[in-house]
Design a protein around this ligand. Sequence first.
Ligand code: IVH
Length: 701
Amino acid sequence: MATAAADAADPLTPWGPGERAARLRAQLQHHAQRYYVLDAPEIPDAEYDRLFQELQAIEAAHPELLSADSPTQRVIGKVLAGFASVRHALAMLSIRTETDTTANGAIAFDGRVRRELELVEADAPIEYAAELKFDGLAINLRYEHGVLVQAATRGDGESGEDVTQNIRTIAEIPLRLSNNAAPVLEVRGEVYMRRDRFDALNERQRALIAQGAKNEKTFVNPRNAAAGAVRQLDPAIAAKRPLSFFAYGLGDVQGWDVPDTHSGLLDALAAAGVPVCRDRAVVQGAEGLIAFHMAMGAKRDALPFDIDGVVYKVNSRALQQRLGFVTREPRWAVAHKYPAQEQMTLLRDIDIQVGRTGKLTPVAKLEPVFVGGTTVSNATLHNEDETRRKDVRIGDTVIVRRAGDVIPEVVGVVLDRRPSDVGEPFDLYRRLNGQCPICGSAITREEGEVDWRCSGGLFCPAQRKQAILHFAQRRALDIEGLGDKLVDQLVDAGIVRTLPELYTLGLAKLTELDRMGEKSAVNLLAGLQGSKRTTLARFLYGLGIRHVGETTAKDLAKHFGGIDRVTGATVEQLLEVHDVGPVVAQSIRTFFDQPHNVEVVEQLRSAGVHWEETEGAVADVAPKRLAGITFVLTGTLPTLSREDAKERIEAAGGKVSGSVSRKTHFVVAGDEAGAKLDKARELGIAVLDEAGLLEMLRLPA
Ligand code: IVH
């Protein structure tokens, strides 16, 4: 392959289009295998795309060179009226499930196998191939002479549906096998959807529904989403539901020497470019099975896809043949389950929780149920939209999911079990009477948003920590020494409830806190002191008004010049500000409509937080004091940071430039000023120190 890759890098290779196309196909196949199967790409995606496009171009110019196995042929086919039925050459069987999720499940299986083979205790342990039980749907891929010719679902085991068109859109399923041209080779495995892709899909679906799409829905779990995609009649839709595949066995085979062991078989399939999961092992006896079950159980939540158990298979194919089948199940394989991550239970009530940013989350109060390894009695319902879409009502039987450390969630309702006296459709606003359950402030929901929020902001205890951290961050008030651990402590201990209370902290109170030495306490107090001198833009940003980021805060400061003009502005006046639209304007108005928020502003000012107010752009007709004057800053100023100085100059209408030229009016120089200062002297430009600058800022216009 290394030589082929080198060839590809040389577009001048004097090959005919047929040869070139064949080489490109081989290369693309090789790289797709490196990427999807081995998880070890050798070339960047862009290079892959380039090879792909080159092949497409050749095929477009020479249609006679097209072949069914070309990687370019994952094209999206026609919308179907229905799926054709496919009779399986070899029935697709299922396997016995060991529902005892403890080690006994493995011991029971090994015991049965040993008895069936008439082994005695003294005989060596049986060798097993242990793998994961993927939670998707079974598919039979039929390759003839190495080319994928048909893909079928399991159906009733005897006949399934022809879903070739959709399966061909799954990028990681090879359209041609590497180094395997057996006349017939049927690969069986599971089509599934990775959890991150499932989440992204549901996110997209929610967006479509929010935009008014009528026929869209969200999916309960990746398995349903995968099954829906495979059986989707419109391949264009199927192609947008990103699926994956893992092989776990064979169907009909003609003209291929099947390896002697199951593990060897999976290795051979992987070598042929078929995705095979790497979380598998060859183990000895019941002990080996138990160890695998435990190891994968521990890893389960970290896997990027859902599994509902592991599968044990007698590794030797000769022994498999000796063991044979009972009814429709092989005696040589078993599925050993894990505790379910989804369960049904009764929804007793819906509570509403207030998050750190004021987001109101409906929480299901459940009849306690054992799911995902613990007893769950609360589960998130995400937001009102979700709750309505799923039509979750008090009294319903719901499906709860808990996977790993993820917060348990209600994924759907079992409508068949809905009692006749079930509650009304969920209405968050009515439920709360329009008030935050923690602080009583008005709740709001903006157009296009899914979440209701408490407008209490800084006043609402649920939002305090977040609000304080936001206020203290570098780009806002820049309170040195105030990090999240300390904020947690201060709020939890009830020492700080509002932003102004930060400025009432004293040494005595601080040193009472755990792990707070006198030195850090003094540092924090210095940090608080230093933060008091700020700018209006930083202050506005620090208040944490929804939709008011740094840029909007600067625009507001520039436009209004003073805080009172901002708090008092009507929505119409706010709309006059550069880049402020209706959503932002309304959000600012709602914020200052809460008397507590205005109070917080007042208290912060009384605590000594200050900035320079200007007349604002409203009064821009009168020239600002520094209008038309250009400054260059150099060196370290004694108290102002470079950014502060810039902000102040700009607030007064001046301009700050990065380099000194004849157009520069003043150079403001601090310690260790270098070349810019020399240049200023050379050009005879006035040089100010910090005091000089501050003086200038105070001058009347
Ligand atoms: S072996 C004759 N191995 O679980 C043996 N099945 O009844 C055929 N499944 O729906 C199945 N992961 O699609 C096997 N590693 C695995 C599997 C697996 C998932 C599914 C299979 C079928 C059911 C088994």
